[in-house]
Every structure is written in structure tokens, then in C-alpha cells.
Write a protein that binds this ligand. Structure first.
Ligand SMILES: [Zn+2]
Length: 280
């Protein structure tokens, strides 16, 4: 596979997204933030969690032909074992992450999507790309975000409403009726969306953290098809620069209310076949 990617930290100081690839595998994770002033029970932090889990998953995907969900469950257990002696893993705010795993075997392209990062698959002979994303967190969050969305981004009131929102959502994390992310419970892997398809049926794939997919699914400044076109013609860094331009144009969140004014943004693009030549 030919993989290009870009990842850009948002407010910083650490990029909690993670992306990495080999010639046959790509992983993208988006660490779920611990807002300033919130406790997590972990001295390592969200960036450590997403980068460590992502590195372990990429290694296991290249060394094992095992089922992706099983590799994810094992990876979650391995990361827990790295800090269960020093950190409180039962804390409801312990670090967590979304996960996308994409692997090419001899016959097929296999994927796993856990939580709200977006996998786009441009399937041969279809018009719109498939967008694979588990939006259960957004569904739960919609019940609780009105107060935060009514406040101007960048203000102390907004920051404390965001902190309250994140802490309320913690009580829905990794339980039935809530939403599922990689954290400390390996059973979360069973909740991931998985699938496979003959590789020759896929023209291209894209992996997006929600800081990058917001160009489409929050700002409505492009369709999924247009996002793929941007990635193909201009590359992942260009897509992220368009996200940043939109964020800068709305610093107070008046046009697009959002928890994070700026977010870590990551995009990976994997073209498998030449694109059809446009007929004029
Ligand atoms: Zn820790």
C-alpha cells in the first residue's frame, strides 16, 4: 500500500492523535482528552495511552494474522499491564482512545472501527464513499451538550461547561446503552465495527480523526467525496489546513458550536487503484 498521512496538534501541548503505517497496515487513534482541571487516575496521560496502544496494535497487525478485534482486545490488556501498578485503572476518567485498524492481506482489505473516528472506503462502482463510524458517543452527547454549545468558545464558562460535559459522558463509557472506546476493558473490542472486502473492490481508503472529519461532519464544508478528492489531489496536510482555516474563521464557536475550538487533526490516505479519468 502507498500511505500518506499528516497529523497536527490542536491546542497542545501534546498531540493525542496517533497514526502509523507499514506497507500492509495502518492504525489511527484519537485519544479522548482529559480537560484541564479533570482528574484521570493516570500519571501517563492521554497521548501516552493512544501512542502506546497504537504502536502495539501496529506491531501485532504485522506479526499476526489474527482477527483484528482480538488483536485490539489483547492490545488493550497489554497497555493496562504497563500501568496497572502505578495508576488507578478503575478511575472513570482513565485515558481512552478511538481506534481504526486497516490491514491488507493477500485477498482482502480488513478493517475495524471503534468509536468516532471515520474510515472512508471508496468502493468501485459506487457513487458516494462508505463512511464507517460509530456515532453512539455523539448520540449520548446530544442529550447533554446544549449548555456548552450555547456559550462562546474560548471563555472560562465554556471551558467549565466542556469539563462538565466530558465528566457526564464518562458515566456512559463502555457500558450498554452508552458508547464504547478503547480504555481498560478489552470487551470494548467486541463493540467495534468490523468488515472486509476484496482489495480490488476498493479504489481508496481514508482514515480521519474527528478533528479532521469535522470539515465534513460538523462544518459541512465538503462532502465525503470531496474530502477524498482533496486527499487524493492535495494530500492529508491540505485537508487539515482547510479544517484549521474554518476553525480560525469561527473562533468563538458561533457558526459551529463545538467542544474543542481547535482539535488535534489526523488524516491518512491510501490509494489502491488509479482514479477514473473524468469525462468532459
Ligand atoms: Zn497511567
Amino acid at each position: 500500500m502507498r500511505v500518506t498521512f499528516a497529523s497536527e496538534v490542536g491546542p497542545g501541548p501534546l498531540n493525542e492523535d496517533f497514526v502509523a503505517a507499514t506497507p500492509d497496515a495502518v492504525v489511527l487513534l484519537d485519544g479522548a482528552g482529559t480537560p484541564p482541571g479533570s482528574d484521570s487516575g493516570c500519571s501517563h496521560g492521554v497521548a501516552w495511552y493512544s501512542h502506546t496502544l497504537g504502536s502495539i496494535l501496529l506491531a501485532s497487525m504485522t506479526q499476526s494474522a489474527g482477527i483484528l478485534a482480538e488483536l485490539l482486545a489483547e492490545g488493550i490488556k497489554t497497555v493496562s499491564s504497563l500501568h496497572d501498578g502505578t495508576c488507578d485503572l478503575a478511575h472513570p476518567g482513565s485515558p481512552s482512545a478511538t481506534v481504526i485498524m486497516l490491514r491488507r492481506t493477500n485477498e482482502a482489505l480488513e478493517w475495524l472501527v471503534l468509536a468516532d473516528s471515520v474510515l472512508l472506503l471508496d468502493v468501485v462502482d459506487t457513487g458516494e464513499p462508505m463512511a464507517i463510524c460509530d456515532d453512539r458517543e455523539a448520540q449520548v452527547g446530544a442529550l447533554y451538550r446544549a449548555e456548552m454549545d450555547a456559550l462562546d468558545s474560548g471563555t472560562e464558562k465554556h471551558a467549565s461547561a466542556h469539563r462538565r460535559y466530558v465528566e457526564i459522558l464518562r458515566s456512559y463509557r463502555n457500558r450498554d446503552g452508552g458508547f464504547w472506546v478503547a480504555a481498560t476493558d478489552p470487551l470494548a473490542a467486541c463493540q467495534a465495527l468490523t468488515g472486509s472486502m476484496p482489495t480490488d473492490q476498493v479504489r481508496a481508503a481514508a482514515l480521519l480523526s474527528d478533528g479532521a472529519s469535522r470539515l465534513v461532519d460538523r462544518f459541512n464544508l465538503a462532502t465525503w467525496r470531496e474530502a477524498l478528492d482533496i486527499l487524493d489531489q492535495h494530500g492529508p496536510a491540505d485537508l487539515i489546513s482547510r479544517v484549521r482555516a474554518a476553525e480560525h474563521s469561527d473562533p468563538r464557536g458561533e457558526r459551529w458550536p463545538r467542544g474543542k475550538t481547535y482539535d488535534d487533526a489526523t488524516a491518512a490516505y491510501v490509494p489502491f487503484r488509479g482514479r477514473p479519468v473524468a469525462m468532459s
